[in-house]
Design a protein around this ligand. Structure first.
Ligand code: NI
Length: 182
């Protein structure tokens, strides 16, 4: 399955609230293929998550996976998830700050406070309901992708834009050598 180009910040589709996937669409081969394209696009870009509107289709679908930690070296790994109609139903009161990037905003990192854990609901492709509690980096990615599906970027959540950096500056200040290709 070929990877798709990723829409960059400024593209109006990224500010759209994505529409729920209707139940009748769950059986359709086209939806399965679209999710395959999302997974390939995420992997090719070394991303840890991707929302459907990032490749131009404003439907409530997201994929996430953290295999190698290449893009976020100290993060926990988590398995591939293909989530339809994703929504967060519970947030921890406690928050924690960490750095985030985004495939739609290449070459930047921002310090974002997120809930330490969340409970999310979604459907898999066969229409089975998923309900899970996740914490740490996994919870952060769920929050980041849910934001995309609602038309938000991580900077919208930042308290202090002094902590929004070009990747070169991020690497210099934190003593890292994180690279991105695009
Ligand atoms: Ni993103």
């Amino acid at each position: 399955m070929p990877a798709a180009p990723v829409c960059k910040i400024g593209h109006p589709v990224l500010r759209q609230k994505c529409a729920s996937v209707p139940h009748k669409a769950f059986k359709e081969e086209a939806l399965k293929q679209f999710l395959d394209v999302m997974v390939d696009t995420m992997r090719k870009q070394n991303g840890v998550g991707l929302a459907a509107n990032q490749i131009g289709l404003p439907i409530r679908a997201a994929v996430l996976e953290n295999r190698t930690g290449a893009r976020y070296p100290s993060s926990d790994s988590f398995k591939l998830e293909r989530l339809l109609n994703l929504r967060i139903v519970q947030y921890s009161k406690k928050t924690e700050e960490d750095w985030e990037g985004c495939l739609s905003i290449p070459g930047y990192r921002g310090l974002v406070a997120r809930a330490k854990w969340v409970v999310y609901e979604a459907m898999d492709e066969s229409g089975r309901k998923i309900k899970r509690k996740v914490s740490g980096f996994h919870a952060r990615v769920i929050q980041h992708e849910t934001d995309h599906l609602n038309g938000f970027f991580y900077m919208d959540r930042m308290k202090d834009l002094n902590h929004w950096m070009h990747l070169n500056e991020f690497n210099r200040q934190l003593g890292l050598t994180v690279k991105e290709h695009d």
